[in-house]
Design a protein around this ligand. Structure first.
Ligand code: FEO
Length: 391
Protein backbone atom coordinates (compact mmCIF):
# COMPACT_ATOMS: atom_id res chain seq x y z
CA UNK A 1 0.00 0.00 0.00
CA UNK A 2 1.30 3.50 -0.81
CA UNK A 3 -0.39 6.88 -0.44
CA UNK A 4 -0.19 8.75 -3.72
CA UNK A 5 -2.37 11.77 -2.91
CA UNK A 6 -4.69 12.79 -0.07
CA UNK A 7 -7.11 9.85 0.41
CA UNK A 8 -5.88 8.15 -2.79
CA UNK A 9 -3.84 4.97 -2.32
CA UNK A 10 -2.07 2.40 -4.49
CA UNK A 11 -3.17 -1.07 -3.34
CA UNK A 12 -1.84 -3.16 -6.23
CA UNK A 13 0.37 -6.21 -6.55
CA UNK A 14 4.07 -6.35 -7.44
CA UNK A 15 4.72 -9.34 -9.72
CA UNK A 16 8.49 -9.44 -9.32
CA UNK A 17 9.01 -12.86 -10.92
CA UNK A 18 6.92 -12.42 -14.07
CA UNK A 19 9.09 -12.99 -17.14
CA UNK A 20 6.43 -13.52 -19.81
CA UNK A 21 3.18 -11.62 -20.23
CA UNK A 22 1.20 -13.51 -22.88
CA UNK A 23 4.27 -13.82 -25.07
CA UNK A 24 5.83 -10.44 -24.24
CA UNK A 25 9.14 -10.73 -22.35
CA UNK A 26 9.09 -8.90 -19.01
CA UNK A 27 12.65 -8.99 -17.65
CA UNK A 28 11.75 -6.51 -14.89
CA UNK A 29 8.48 -8.19 -13.86
CA UNK A 30 5.30 -6.16 -13.72
CA UNK A 31 2.70 -4.65 -11.42
CA UNK A 32 -1.09 -4.76 -11.44
CA UNK A 33 -2.14 -1.40 -10.08
CA UNK A 34 -5.36 -0.95 -8.13
CA UNK A 35 -6.20 2.37 -6.52
CA UNK A 36 -8.42 3.00 -3.52
CA UNK A 37 -10.11 6.40 -3.22
CA UNK A 38 -11.24 6.75 0.38
CA UNK A 39 -14.09 9.23 -0.03
CA UNK A 40 -17.51 9.14 1.70
CA UNK A 41 -18.32 6.36 -0.75
CA UNK A 42 -15.01 4.50 -1.13
CA UNK A 43 -14.15 3.24 -4.59
CA UNK A 44 -11.58 0.81 -5.89
CA UNK A 45 -10.23 1.50 -9.38
CA UNK A 46 -9.44 -1.90 -10.97
CA UNK A 47 -8.27 -5.02 -9.14
CA UNK A 48 -5.25 -7.32 -9.68
CA UNK A 49 -4.40 -10.72 -11.16
CA UNK A 50 -5.99 -13.53 -9.14
CA UNK A 51 -2.76 -14.52 -7.39
CA UNK A 52 -2.23 -10.98 -6.07
CA UNK A 53 -5.55 -10.94 -4.22
CA UNK A 54 -4.15 -11.24 -0.66
CA UNK A 55 -1.87 -8.24 -1.22
CA UNK A 56 -4.83 -6.27 -2.58
CA UNK A 57 -6.99 -7.17 0.42
CA UNK A 58 -4.25 -6.38 2.95
CA UNK A 59 -3.59 -3.06 1.22
CA UNK A 60 -7.26 -2.12 1.41
CA UNK A 61 -7.47 -3.18 5.07
CA UNK A 62 -4.60 -0.87 5.98
CA UNK A 63 -6.81 2.01 4.86
CA UNK A 64 -10.38 0.95 5.58
CA UNK A 65 -12.74 -1.92 6.16
CA UNK A 66 -13.27 -3.51 2.71
CA UNK A 67 -17.00 -3.79 3.42
CA UNK A 68 -17.21 0.02 3.02
CA UNK A 69 -16.27 -0.19 -0.67
CA UNK A 70 -19.27 1.07 -2.62
CA UNK A 71 -17.93 0.78 -6.16
CA UNK A 72 -15.33 -1.34 -7.96
CA UNK A 73 -14.45 0.30 -11.25
CA UNK A 74 -13.49 -2.18 -13.95
CA UNK A 75 -11.85 -0.04 -16.62
CA UNK A 76 -10.95 -3.14 -18.65
CA UNK A 77 -11.99 -6.79 -18.45
CA UNK A 78 -8.63 -8.47 -19.15
CA UNK A 79 -7.96 -10.70 -16.17
CA UNK A 80 -4.79 -9.00 -14.99
CA UNK A 81 -7.22 -6.28 -13.80
CA UNK A 82 -10.48 -8.14 -13.20
CA UNK A 83 -9.05 -11.37 -11.80
CA UNK A 84 -9.69 -10.49 -8.14
CA UNK A 85 -13.19 -8.99 -8.42
CA UNK A 86 -14.99 -12.19 -7.50
CA UNK A 87 -12.96 -12.84 -4.34
CA UNK A 88 -13.09 -9.19 -3.32
CA UNK A 89 -16.88 -9.17 -3.55
CA UNK A 90 -16.94 -11.69 -0.70
CA UNK A 91 -15.68 -8.82 1.49
CA UNK A 92 -17.89 -6.08 0.03
CA UNK A 93 -20.99 -7.91 -1.26
CA UNK A 94 -22.95 -4.69 -1.76
CA UNK A 95 -20.34 -3.11 -4.07
CA UNK A 96 -21.43 -2.24 -7.59
CA UNK A 97 -19.18 -3.00 -10.58
CA UNK A 98 -18.81 0.14 -12.67
CA UNK A 99 -17.85 -0.57 -16.28
CA UNK A 100 -18.63 0.18 -19.92
CA UNK A 101 -21.40 -1.77 -21.69
CA UNK A 102 -18.72 -3.86 -23.44
CA UNK A 103 -17.08 -4.28 -20.05
CA UNK A 104 -20.27 -5.76 -18.63
CA UNK A 105 -20.49 -8.13 -21.60
CA UNK A 106 -16.88 -9.17 -21.11
CA UNK A 107 -17.17 -9.67 -17.35
CA UNK A 108 -20.31 -11.78 -17.79
CA UNK A 109 -18.53 -13.95 -20.34
CA UNK A 110 -15.42 -14.33 -18.20
CA UNK A 111 -16.95 -14.90 -14.76
CA UNK A 112 -20.56 -16.04 -15.50
CA UNK A 113 -21.78 -14.08 -12.47
CA UNK A 114 -24.60 -11.57 -12.44
CA UNK A 115 -22.93 -9.00 -10.20
CA UNK A 116 -24.51 -5.60 -9.49
CA UNK A 117 -23.39 -3.76 -12.60
CA UNK A 118 -23.49 -0.02 -13.12
CA UNK A 119 -22.89 0.61 -16.82
CA UNK A 120 -21.39 4.01 -17.65
CA UNK A 121 -20.74 5.79 -20.92
CA UNK A 122 -18.89 8.87 -22.17
CA UNK A 123 -19.24 11.79 -19.77
CA UNK A 124 -21.21 9.86 -17.13
CA UNK A 125 -20.20 10.64 -13.60
CA UNK A 126 -20.23 9.08 -10.17
CA UNK A 127 -20.50 11.14 -6.96
CA UNK A 128 -18.37 9.84 -4.11
CA UNK A 129 -18.79 12.74 -1.66
CA UNK A 130 -15.99 15.26 -2.11
CA UNK A 131 -15.21 13.82 -5.50
CA UNK A 132 -16.96 13.21 -8.75
CA UNK A 133 -15.48 10.66 -11.14
CA UNK A 134 -16.11 10.84 -14.89
CA UNK A 135 -15.61 8.14 -17.50
CA UNK A 136 -14.09 8.19 -20.96
CA UNK A 137 -14.61 5.11 -23.10
CA UNK A 138 -11.55 4.43 -25.28
CA UNK A 139 -12.68 1.42 -27.33
CA UNK A 140 -9.83 -0.65 -28.75
CA UNK A 141 -7.18 0.96 -26.58
CA UNK A 142 -6.72 -1.91 -26.47
CA UNK A 143 -9.95 -3.94 -26.02
CA UNK A 144 -13.51 -2.99 -27.04
CA UNK A 145 -14.39 -2.45 -23.36
CA UNK A 146 -11.49 -0.16 -22.41
CA UNK A 147 -12.29 3.05 -20.57
CA UNK A 148 -10.47 5.65 -18.49
CA UNK A 149 -11.60 7.17 -15.20
CA UNK A 150 -10.91 10.79 -14.29
CA UNK A 151 -11.08 12.51 -10.89
CA UNK A 152 -11.25 16.29 -11.39
CA UNK A 153 -10.86 16.81 -7.61
CA UNK A 154 -7.49 15.04 -7.61
CA UNK A 155 -6.62 15.88 -11.24
CA UNK A 156 -5.81 12.18 -11.63
CA UNK A 157 -6.39 10.18 -14.79
CA UNK A 158 -6.70 6.45 -14.08
CA UNK A 159 -5.62 5.31 -17.50
CA UNK A 160 -5.64 1.52 -17.16
CA UNK A 161 -3.31 -0.07 -19.78
CA UNK A 162 -2.65 3.23 -21.57
CA UNK A 163 0.69 4.81 -20.56
CA UNK A 164 1.64 1.63 -18.66
CA UNK A 165 4.92 -0.24 -18.45
CA UNK A 166 5.82 -3.72 -17.27
CA UNK A 167 8.19 -2.84 -14.45
CA UNK A 168 8.11 -4.10 -10.87
CA UNK A 169 9.45 -1.59 -8.37
CA UNK A 170 8.78 -0.62 -4.74
CA UNK A 171 8.70 3.03 -5.80
CA UNK A 172 5.44 4.32 -7.25
CA UNK A 173 6.43 7.36 -9.30
CA UNK A 174 8.30 7.13 -12.59
CA UNK A 175 10.93 9.71 -11.64
CA UNK A 176 11.83 7.79 -8.46
CA UNK A 177 12.32 4.56 -10.41
CA UNK A 178 14.72 6.01 -13.02
CA UNK A 179 12.92 7.96 -15.65
CA UNK A 180 14.89 6.76 -18.69
CA UNK A 181 14.18 3.08 -18.13
CA UNK A 182 10.49 3.81 -17.48
CA UNK A 183 10.20 5.66 -20.81
CA UNK A 184 11.99 2.69 -22.49
CA UNK A 185 9.55 0.25 -20.93
CA UNK A 186 6.60 2.50 -21.91
CA UNK A 187 7.83 2.33 -25.53
CA UNK A 188 8.09 -1.45 -25.37
CA UNK A 189 4.60 -1.61 -23.86
CA UNK A 190 3.15 0.57 -26.63
CA UNK A 191 4.89 -1.42 -29.38
CA UNK A 192 3.72 -4.79 -28.07
CA UNK A 193 0.22 -3.98 -26.80
CA UNK A 194 -1.10 -0.76 -28.30
CA UNK A 195 0.59 -0.36 -31.72
CA UNK A 196 -2.25 -1.84 -33.82
CA UNK A 197 -4.69 0.81 -32.53
CA UNK A 198 -3.05 4.08 -33.59
CA UNK A 199 -6.22 5.78 -34.88
CA UNK A 200 -8.13 4.87 -31.69
CA UNK A 201 -5.23 6.19 -29.59
CA UNK A 202 -5.33 9.49 -31.50
CA UNK A 203 -9.08 9.82 -30.75
CA UNK A 204 -8.48 9.01 -27.08
CA UNK A 205 -5.70 11.62 -26.87
CA UNK A 206 -8.05 14.20 -28.40
CA UNK A 207 -10.68 13.47 -25.77
CA UNK A 208 -8.06 13.82 -23.00
CA UNK A 209 -6.72 17.14 -24.20
CA UNK A 210 -9.30 19.21 -22.29
CA UNK A 211 -8.60 17.52 -18.94
CA UNK A 212 -6.47 19.11 -16.26
CA UNK A 213 -4.13 16.25 -15.31
CA UNK A 214 -1.55 16.32 -12.49
CA UNK A 215 -1.04 12.57 -12.39
CA UNK A 216 -1.53 9.65 -14.77
CA UNK A 217 -2.07 6.43 -12.85
CA UNK A 218 -1.79 3.44 -15.23
CA UNK A 219 -2.66 -0.13 -14.37
CA UNK A 220 0.92 -1.37 -14.90
CA UNK A 221 4.17 0.07 -13.66
CA UNK A 222 4.93 3.55 -12.44
CA UNK A 223 2.79 6.69 -12.08
CA UNK A 224 3.53 9.75 -14.22
CA UNK A 225 3.56 12.86 -12.03
CA UNK A 226 5.83 15.72 -13.09
CA UNK A 227 4.26 17.95 -15.76
CA UNK A 228 7.21 17.51 -18.11
CA UNK A 229 6.98 13.72 -17.91
CA UNK A 230 3.20 13.76 -18.36
CA UNK A 231 3.60 15.94 -21.45
CA UNK A 232 6.43 13.77 -22.75
CA UNK A 233 4.54 10.48 -22.48
CA UNK A 234 1.43 12.04 -24.09
CA UNK A 235 3.56 13.43 -26.93
CA UNK A 236 5.25 10.06 -27.39
CA UNK A 237 1.84 8.39 -27.63
CA UNK A 238 0.90 10.92 -30.33
CA UNK A 239 4.09 10.14 -32.21
CA UNK A 240 3.70 6.37 -31.93
CA UNK A 241 -0.02 6.51 -32.79
CA UNK A 242 0.87 8.43 -35.96
CA UNK A 243 3.46 5.75 -36.85
CA UNK A 244 6.12 8.41 -37.00
CA UNK A 245 9.61 6.93 -36.65
CA UNK A 246 13.04 8.46 -36.23
CA UNK A 247 15.74 8.37 -38.89
CA UNK A 248 16.96 5.08 -37.53
CA UNK A 249 17.51 1.63 -38.98
CA UNK A 250 17.19 -1.81 -37.49
CA UNK A 251 18.65 -5.04 -38.85
CA UNK A 252 16.85 -8.16 -37.63
CA UNK A 253 18.10 -11.61 -38.58
CA UNK A 254 18.91 -15.16 -37.61
CA UNK A 255 21.68 -17.27 -39.04
CA UNK A 256 22.56 -20.96 -39.51
CA UNK A 257 26.24 -21.04 -40.56
CA UNK A 258 27.11 -17.36 -40.07
CA UNK A 259 26.46 -16.30 -43.68
CA UNK A 260 23.36 -14.23 -42.88
CA UNK A 261 25.28 -12.76 -39.93
CA UNK A 262 28.11 -11.74 -42.28
CA UNK A 263 25.60 -9.89 -44.44
CA UNK A 264 24.08 -8.25 -41.34
CA UNK A 265 27.53 -7.14 -40.14
CA UNK A 266 28.28 -5.57 -43.52
CA UNK A 267 24.88 -3.84 -43.63
CA UNK A 268 25.55 -2.37 -40.19
CA UNK A 269 28.95 -1.00 -41.26
CA UNK A 270 27.46 0.54 -44.37
CA UNK A 271 24.47 2.11 -42.62
CA UNK A 272 26.29 3.30 -39.54
CA UNK A 273 29.90 3.90 -40.55
CA UNK A 274 29.39 5.08 -44.13
CA UNK A 275 26.03 6.85 -43.85
CA UNK A 276 25.98 7.83 -40.15
CA UNK A 277 22.58 6.28 -39.54
CA UNK A 278 21.70 5.28 -35.99
CA UNK A 279 21.34 1.50 -36.48
CA UNK A 280 20.42 -1.34 -34.14
CA UNK A 281 21.16 -5.01 -34.81
CA UNK A 282 18.95 -7.75 -33.42
CA UNK A 283 19.91 -11.43 -33.53
CA UNK A 284 16.68 -13.38 -33.11
CA UNK A 285 18.54 -16.37 -31.68
CA UNK A 286 19.41 -14.32 -28.58
CA UNK A 287 16.87 -11.47 -28.47
CA UNK A 288 13.18 -11.77 -27.72
CA UNK A 289 10.71 -10.81 -30.46
CA UNK A 290 9.07 -8.25 -28.15
CA UNK A 291 12.38 -6.31 -28.10
CA UNK A 292 12.60 -6.60 -31.89
CA UNK A 293 9.15 -5.07 -32.48
CA UNK A 294 10.03 -2.15 -30.20
CA UNK A 295 13.04 -1.45 -32.41
CA UNK A 296 10.82 -1.70 -35.50
CA UNK A 297 8.39 0.86 -34.06
CA UNK A 298 11.24 3.30 -33.50
CA UNK A 299 12.93 2.84 -36.90
CA UNK A 300 12.07 4.04 -40.38
CA UNK A 301 14.29 1.43 -42.08
CA UNK A 302 13.79 -2.25 -41.32
CA UNK A 303 16.12 -4.87 -42.84
CA UNK A 304 15.27 -8.51 -42.27
CA UNK A 305 17.58 -11.43 -42.94
CA UNK A 306 17.05 -15.16 -42.97
CA UNK A 307 18.77 -18.32 -44.11
CA UNK A 308 16.69 -20.79 -46.11
CA UNK A 309 15.74 -23.91 -44.17
CA UNK A 310 13.64 -26.68 -45.71
CA UNK A 311 12.77 -24.42 -48.65
CA UNK A 312 11.35 -21.70 -46.41
CA UNK A 313 12.10 -18.82 -44.08
CA UNK A 314 14.05 -19.76 -40.92
CA UNK A 315 11.54 -20.55 -38.12
CA UNK A 316 12.68 -17.82 -35.69
CA UNK A 317 12.36 -15.21 -38.46
CA UNK A 318 8.91 -16.55 -39.43
CA UNK A 319 7.76 -16.41 -35.80
CA UNK A 320 8.94 -12.81 -35.49
CA UNK A 321 7.19 -11.79 -38.71
CA UNK A 322 3.88 -13.41 -37.69
CA UNK A 323 4.05 -11.49 -34.40
CA UNK A 324 4.98 -8.25 -36.18
CA UNK A 325 2.14 -8.61 -38.70
CA UNK A 326 -0.45 -8.64 -35.91
CA UNK A 327 0.98 -5.41 -34.50
CA UNK A 328 0.42 -3.62 -37.84
CA UNK A 329 3.41 -1.29 -38.12
CA UNK A 330 3.22 1.39 -40.81
CA UNK A 331 5.53 3.70 -42.76
CA UNK A 332 8.52 1.37 -42.91
CA UNK A 333 11.04 0.99 -45.71
CA UNK A 334 13.01 -2.19 -45.94
CA UNK A 335 15.05 -4.78 -47.67
CA UNK A 336 15.28 -8.54 -47.31
CA UNK A 337 18.56 -10.41 -47.26
CA UNK A 338 19.88 -13.87 -46.60
CA UNK A 339 21.83 -16.93 -47.61
CA UNK A 340 20.58 -20.02 -49.44
CA UNK A 341 21.87 -23.37 -50.67
CA UNK A 342 19.72 -24.40 -53.63
CA UNK A 343 16.40 -22.58 -53.40
CA UNK A 344 16.58 -18.82 -53.88
CA UNK A 345 12.82 -18.74 -54.47
CA UNK A 346 12.25 -19.22 -50.73
CA UNK A 347 12.99 -15.51 -50.31
CA UNK A 348 9.70 -14.69 -52.05
CA UNK A 349 8.10 -15.92 -48.82
CA UNK A 350 10.30 -13.57 -46.79
CA UNK A 351 9.47 -10.58 -49.01
CA UNK A 352 5.75 -11.38 -48.91
CA UNK A 353 5.87 -11.65 -45.13
CA UNK A 354 7.58 -8.26 -44.95
CA UNK A 355 4.97 -6.65 -47.22
CA UNK A 356 2.22 -8.14 -45.02
CA UNK A 357 3.92 -6.41 -42.10
CA UNK A 358 3.55 -2.99 -43.75
CA UNK A 359 7.20 -2.79 -44.86
CA UNK A 360 7.64 -1.25 -48.30
CA UNK A 361 10.43 -3.20 -50.00
CA UNK A 362 12.89 -0.83 -51.61
CA UNK A 363 14.77 -2.41 -54.50
CA UNK A 364 15.69 -6.06 -54.79
CA UNK A 365 16.57 -8.30 -51.90
CA UNK A 366 20.18 -9.39 -51.53
CA UNK A 367 20.50 -13.16 -51.43
CA UNK A 368 23.82 -14.99 -51.64
CA UNK A 369 24.59 -18.62 -52.33
CA UNK A 370 26.09 -20.44 -49.31
CA UNK A 371 28.82 -18.05 -48.11
CA UNK A 372 28.90 -14.43 -49.33
CA UNK A 373 32.11 -13.45 -51.13
CA UNK A 374 33.83 -10.08 -50.69
CA UNK A 375 32.29 -9.08 -53.99
CA UNK A 376 28.82 -10.08 -52.76
CA UNK A 377 29.26 -8.01 -49.61
CA UNK A 378 30.50 -5.02 -51.63
CA UNK A 379 27.35 -5.20 -53.72
CA UNK A 380 25.33 -4.22 -50.63
CA UNK A 381 26.62 -0.64 -50.89
CA UNK A 382 24.21 0.26 -53.67
CA UNK A 383 20.89 -0.72 -52.00
CA UNK A 384 22.06 0.73 -48.68
CA UNK A 385 22.78 4.04 -50.41
CA UNK A 386 19.23 4.01 -51.83
CA UNK A 387 17.80 3.33 -48.38
CA UNK A 388 19.92 6.07 -46.79
CA UNK A 389 18.84 8.56 -49.43
CA UNK A 390 15.20 7.69 -48.82
CA UNK A 391 15.41 8.84 -45.19
FE1 FEO B 1 -3.23 -4.99 -18.52
FE2 FEO B 1 -5.13 -5.37 -21.32
O1 FEO B 1 -4.55 -5.77 -19.58
Amino acid sequence: MSRIKEDVYWVGYLDWGLRNFHGYSTPHGSTYNAYLIDDELPVLVDTVKYYGFQDLLEGIRRITDPSRIKYIISNHTEMDHSGSIERLLQFCPEAEIVCSSKGKEGLLKHFKKNWKFKVVGAGDSLNLGKRKLTFLPVPMVHWPDSMLTYSSYDKILFSNDAFGQHYACSRRFAKEAGIDIIFREAAKYYANIVMPYGSQVEKALDSLSSLDVDMICPSHGLIWKEKQNINKIINLYRKWAGHSADKKAVIIYDTMWNSTKKISDKLFRLLHNDHGIDTAVIDLSTTHISEAVTAVMESRIVLIGSPVLNNGVFPSVGKFLIYLKGLKPKNKLGMAFGSYGWNIFAFKELENFMKDCGIEILGEGKYFNYIPSDEDLSSLAHPVRDLAESL
